[in-house]
Design a protein around this ligand. Sequence first.
Ligand SMILES: [Mg+2]
Length: 293
Amino acid sequence: MSVPQNTIAIVYDYDQTLSPNYMQDEVLFPAFGIDPPKFWARCQALVREDGYDSELAYLKALLDCLDLDRPTNARLAELGAGLKFYPGLPEMFDEMRTGLLRPDHEMLGIKVEHYIISSGLKALIDGSRIAPYIKAVFGCEFAEDKSGHIVFPKRVISHTQKTQFLFRINKGLLDYTQDVNDHMPPEMRPVPFDHMIYVGDGPTDVPCFTVVRQYGGHAIAVYNPGDKSRTSFRKCYQLVGTADRVRHIAPADYRAGSHLRLLLDQMVGEIADRIVARRQRDVEETTVRAPKH
Ligand SMILES: [Mg+2]
């Protein structure tokens, strides 16, 4: 038995990959009057002095700051509507739906799906303009108390844990009630790693870059071309140069015809062609030739 394996997955980090900003700075802090430098200093102190994981530090600092003014998850999703993206988003998702695959790809049911794995807040991304195009968003989540206000972290995704979600996509186990560690033979996995493209921006994406490439997928590191300090570019440059984590870097410009879009379009096209070729091979191998007279 096997599954069709005709899905191509593009998996994105969020902060600095799809957006030039950090989501907390952009929509959360202004709404609640939080001072960003003070907030991030508090997070760093929790990590340095109390040994917190950095993701738990920001979730704790947020709950501490909001204290009596804790919002609901629905309110966070409303704030997510204000998130801004790099050029070309969300239009790219529509353009890929109609103009990317050829008719012979589509006849085989080949499709492109988009996923986000972020250490940021899932509720904000869920309320954003790109959410309708994303098959699944994995991010940190808060539980709510009886009155509906956020009260405690329900799910924390640190940068090292992000790889677990690549395996969820690989195995089609998008629901948290399903155990990602369950054994599944390769032919039963709906999205093989060589059908995956991971797009990230820096060191926190290294575990995902490594896993995807190790299993035959593609990795692209993007940088903010508007960052005059070149910090963003240097992060990418180091990933290619000394560390050999990725083979491709591109400016985070998702408009049709940009370097990044050329890379994505080419990679998707080649994966789709590979699926077609494999299908033809399977048909030839299983066809019993009619006897010749
Ligand atoms: Mg990032």
